[in-house]
Design a protein around this ligand. Sequence first.
Ligand SMILES: [Zn+2]
Length: 1025
Amino acid sequence: MESTGREQLDLETDTPPPHNIIFRKYRGCYVSRGIGLLLGVFFVSALLVTGLLVYYVAPHPPPAPPPASKPPLLSYQPLITTSPTSPISASTTSTSTTTTPASVEDAVTITKGGMTSQPLGAEPEGITDERESETKKGSPRLPRALRPLHYLVRLQPLINGNFTILGYVEVEMEVLEATSNITLHIADIITHNDTVKLRAAQDPTGPGLAIAAHQFDSEREFYVAHLNETLQPGDKYVLSMHFIGLLNDMMKGFYRSSYRHADGTVTWLAATQFQATDARRAFPCFDEPGLKATFEVHLARQSNMTSLSNMPVKETIPMEDQEGWLWDQYHTTVPMSTYLLAFVVSDFVNLNTVINDKILFRVWARSSAIRQAYYALDVGPRMLTHFVNFFSQPYPLPKLDMIAIPDFAAGAMENWGLAMYREILMLYDPRVSSAYNKQLVASVVGHELAHQWFGNLVTPRWWTDIWLNEGFASYLEYTGVDHVEPSWKIMEQFVLNRIQGMFTADSLASSHPIRHNAEHADKIAYDKGSSIIRMMSHFLGEAAFRRGLTEYLHRFKYDNAEQDDLWRHLTKAAHEAGTLPLNLTVKTIMDTWTLQMGYPVIKVERSADGTSATVSQERFLLVKDDNADDTHDYKWWVPLTYTGQDQPDFSQTQAKVWMKDSEAQVTVTSLPPKDHWVIFNLQQTGYYRVNYDDHNWNLLIQQLLTDHRAIATVNRAQIIDDALDLARAGRLPYSTALEVTTYLPVEKDFVPWAAAFENIAFLTDMLKDTAAYGAFRNYLLDILVPLYDSVGFQDRETDLLLDKYKRQKALSWACRLEHPDCLHNATTSYASWMANPDINSISPNLKSTVYCHAIAEGGEHEWTFAWQQYVAANVGSEKVTLLRAMGCTRRPWLLSKYLEMAFTPDSGIRKQDALTVFNAIANNDVGRQLAWVFLQDHWDDIYDFVERVPMRMIRSACRKFKTEHHLKELVEFYEAHSHQLPHNALDMAQLLEEVTGNVAWLKNHYDEVLAWLESQGHAYMLPSH
Ligand SMILES: [Zn+2]
């Protein structure tokens, strides 16, 4: 999965919400009280008076059990109806422009509790389960007595009806241990006890086994069939049931999405998102990654729509008694995990190609956006071929579909043979979208395709190893992009996007180990995971790394594995290649990086003659807490690489010296004489920081000032980032760290500049409203203006990708620092667009800067124009750029209005984008306090229907706090609401630690930075005479 949006290159960053947001405090009336009541009554009846519901929708009597070979068609009557008592009618749903979606939301709001697998039968008293103790929310495990072999899943989603799903499932199981009950997952599904049947697999038409009692455990999302007899190991059974589900609007399970045509009409579609534990919302199943099975999927659709699943369609047949409906029956899948299953029913269209005469590759989108899918169609097949070669393993399915879904909670999802994306991560329009959008598409496509092997073919046994999936996909996407777009220097960008961006969060005492028990991978899994995998590929050598991976994939294909399985195969390959000492294993090394949190800083202290150095390691913490009760002895196996000024060679990235986790320090010899610098951690391939003695720092600064190109580009970025963060943590004087930045006026490369800007952003946040800001700003303009002048305000034909990024960064910062020429250019470009809205001549790469600053400098007129363009835009990236830019206004009333709009249904802002708007406002100095107050005032609404979003909003509003007063507010807020955030204790601890760090930074470093600025001639006091 690509769980979060990528960081933008401009000053705004945000993370899309993992779940949508439903606010019940609607403005206006979207659903009549009568309909709401009716819906309530309808579903309450369904739960309490089951007979009525069963009579209405279920076969009566229940149908004969379907034979395994050719099951009968569903005999439910669909709930499409034009009856006046029907809550939603088919005819209005497909064409309505305003009221229907909202009333549907209300329907779900009302039924939310009711749809959570409630018991319909008598619940036996005193039933316990062998895993009763594991009721911790999040990961209750199924008993291990049974394993699923094969499923038949038949679903009829009523997309143009009332959004119910009529379902039938059969699961063939093998008994592993004697058991008298069958437990599987179920959630948000209504079934009826009478339809649940259990038969011996070899006797599909026999009378079956009696089920003594049905138990629904809504807490653990279990359905349990209690039997009178004991099933014996080795025997096989088939459990079947009919059920009713709901195409929810929560972007999980089998859910509904919609898009609006130019004429205002709305078309609905249905899609899935099952990772981690939401397949159980689409059909009852053994919903754990380790329980692989084969699946035969049948999807019902109306004849004007298309369905998609993991495999190609085997046969399409008309539905009996339901005119205009067809069953698409899919080929049986390979053995796979439930979370990778996928369904789509839509009216989308596709572009396609065939790879090597055997793999059908299609890209799908709504018809008015399909032209934006050409780039995905271009890079996708080339990347697939790259990974086939990289892994030396064929792609095992006959087809691969990629589809852009208008509402998608994750960034993208690697469902086997049917990858799904947010529109902005698959669609690209060269006339409208920026170079960065193009890189995003290539990267995310590469990520999801890498998962087809790493994750899909071989799957973690449990979610504790999910980091392996995400870390590998996040690293391998870089190899894929490097293959299809070699001029992008994507490997140089890795250090910015993955390592340096991760270092700050992982240097908190409240970080967590990469391998930990969570169903959802977080930034640590993606960024630290990919960083330590890259480190590993360098210390093992590319050839041994790939060989180990290939053998691991071959050994565990269609099966599950744990990180130790991978370490074993990599060790074997490295020992054979001679790249790892025979007495050292990959597990020994990697356990120190995956099982303990944080990372080290390496201190290099050279001898008096310079030719040797004492190298020590210590955990790097941004804020040292001497009272901390963590007594763990943090030490790592550190691959030391280095070079010297006498014979600089930055290409040698295999470990020259291993520093053991039992060693506090080692001695490195054969270094150059004392007047020549040394640099450790070449190409920043190691996941660690480096500090030097004062003399070596000064040698490095002199080198940068005289000829910076003598140091490799990535290591220049490393030196800048290490120096400024070492100073932030109090390990290096700011005078030294800031001295490193004085060479920047001659720097021409993007990567070092980007590393500098990331650190400058922190200093800017700290100093923004202090007396020192003017002096700081003047210094920044001093180093930036040469870059600004060199890049110009227009893209050039000859620009490479990194040239475009460099211009974008330079302009973004120049405007942010209120450089008059930059602001003038931004406002005039925007004004000429406003004067002629049909012609937008602003370079796609500069739009975020131009829009943001023109709106910030302007008033209501500029803001409203942006809104009109947002509504009219047909390209996802343009919509997001405008959404962020509207958050740049300095008019508080516009910001307040915008906040309300973001959280009002049908305002025109999609729920998936509400957090983007909130973040944009919280990032704005004028908006931050508004956002914080809004969050507190609307807390109950925000809290109610979302899972991880409230925490993200808190973080977004508060992460730049730097005063005792604000810290106290945050602490009090958390004290008042901690009971509502039981799963966010760690997130909250990290946020509090960051804010505490900010407060401490101002106390400890403000004077020091001010003194250095004054020493550079940037006095902050005005002359008094
Ligand atoms: Zn992923």
